[in-house]
Design a protein around this ligand. Structure first.
Ligand SMILES: Cc1cc2nc3c(=O)[nH]c(=O)nc-3n(C[C@H](O)[C@H](O)[C@H](O)COP(=O)(O)OP(=O)(O)OC[C@H]3O[C@@H](n4cnc5c(N)ncnc54)[C@H](O)[C@@H]3O)c2cc1C
Length: 382
């Protein structure tokens, strides 16, 4: 029987599940030093970093449960290095720093946050453009070597091997970070703001008014609130994922674009980009397509079924890069949004950057890369 819902939730303990639904409908601290709006990985990582930095009391509010947006449905891969072929250097640097931060948090938190170290193989028809001029840690695999590493692969292809990447169960990591937060209100939606003298004086919510010292918005896409005039273009891109029943087909590591091995011999596959599909439902034909691709790559899976299937939406800005910035025109409000394909990976470094910015008043290096006004500038210059 196939469950329509994420596999990640099933891996949680009862305590971890309880952490995702803390203090429903309640604001414990209506006068916090910092209010964080949004309980996805970016909001929780920001709240945790602000808390760890000792910047005063933190209240987090989340309209649903923690992780009920894109975060709870993500693949959970923490793979900076393959992005060197598609993303600007500043972006890859943020990703590398963030993976190191995830490793640090995994060591720091009692019981860890469940980080699994793993290598990454990307299948490629030939070495051109991959093997040439690559750093030493990128190894080109001949078709023979790849066949030895990934027995059962139907295609005779070479590929690139990158060691020391990682993955997490995004909900488990979220629960690990939320564990230290003392004021988390779930089922509480921000609806409006009152602005006085260039500052947010009050945030109106479904559970009452909050008067914060500072505010961080981490609502996936930029927040839509009465009284907050933001003009930051964004949309969202749906993706489907599935987990197979346990199988004896053992992958040594993530094999892109085929699958990632999970516990119990299960495989995680998909991560489609279903542009233009705004429906919230899992579509059978997309799941069938992912499974057909998996069986074509690994014929031994022909009798293996799907145990879990789900979909979620990636928040995105037009250039595919996030915003990490002060809210334009407001001295006590910050914003992070549009983390698209790499929000799980980039959450700890983003949270740290926001905590430092709030405490020192100074933006991080390369802040123009993440600015909220870059789209208006692009428009002006055609
Ligand atoms: C199929 C798929 C696979 C992915 N795989 C990966 C991957 O392997 N690695 C990776 O790094 N990233 C991956 N991502 C991307 C990643 O999931 C996102 O970038 C990340 O989860 C965004 O986190 P967020 O906290 O910004 O947004 P969200 O998780 O959407 O959280 C925002 C939260 O804000 C809340 N909210 C919104 N408005 C309000 C309001 N007014 N008041 C209160 N709360 C509000 C929402 O309810 C929501 O819970 C994947 C995404 C998808 C869809």
């Amino acid at each position: 029987m196939t469950v329509t819902g994420t596999y990640w939730r099933e891996q949680l303990s009862a305590d971890q599940r309880a952490l995702l639904g803390q203090d429903p409908g309640r604001i414990a601290n209506p006068r916090p030093d910092v209010l964080v709006v949004g309980g996805g990985i970016l909001g929780v990582a920001a709240a945790a970093a602000i808390n760890d930095a000792g910047l005063g009391s933190v209240q987090l509010i989340e309209a649903g449960r923690l992780g009920s947006g894109a975060t709870g449905g993500a693949t959970g891969l923490l793979i900076p290095e393959p992005h060197q072929w598609s993303d600007p250097e500043t972006f890859v640097d943020l990703e590398r720093a963030s993976l190191e931060r995830w490793r640090y948090l995994d060591q720091l938190k009692p019981g860890g946050i469940g980080l699994v170290e793993l290598d990454w193989i990307g299948l490629a028809p030939d070495p051109v453009g991959h093997a040439a001029h690559q750093p030493a840690y990128v190894e080109w695999l001949s078709a023979d070597k790849l066949a030895r590493l990934v027995p059962g692969l139907a295609w005779r292809l070479g590929g690139t091997l990158i060691r020391h990447q990682a993955r997490i169960n995004p909900l488990r990591a979220l629960a690990g970070l939320a564990d230290d937060l003392t004021a988390v209100g779930t089922g509480v939606a921000a609806t409006a703001v009152t602005i006085q003298s260039g500052r947010i004086a009050a945030v109106h919510t479904s559970a009452g008014v909050v008067s914060p010292g500072a505010v961080v918005f981490a609502t996936g896409q930029p927040p839509v609130l009465d009284g907050l005039d933001l003009d930051i273009p964004s949309d969202r891109v749906k993706g489907h994922l599935l987990v197979t029943d346990p199988t004896s087909v053992l992958l040594p590591c993530t094999v892109a674009p085929v699958a990632t091995p999970l516990e119990d011999g299960r495989l995680l596959a998909g991560g489609t980009f279903d542009y233009g599909d705004e429906t919230p439902d899992v579509r059978d034909e997309v799941i069938d397509m992912i499974m057909a691709g998996l069986r074509a790559a690994l014929p031994a899976l022909r009798r293996v079924g799907v145990s879990h299937q789900w979909c979620c939406f990636r928040p995105r800005h037009p250039d595919g890069r996030p915003v990490i910035d002060r809210v334009p025109g407001l001295s006590n409000a910050w914003l992070t949004s549009g983390h698209f394909r790499t929000g799980i990976l980039n959450a700890p470094a983003t949270g740290l950057a926001l905590a430092r910015w709030i405490s020192t008043g100074k933006p991080p290096p390369e802040s123009s890369t993440w600015s909220a006004t870059r789209f208006a500038e692009l428009d002006r210059h055609g």
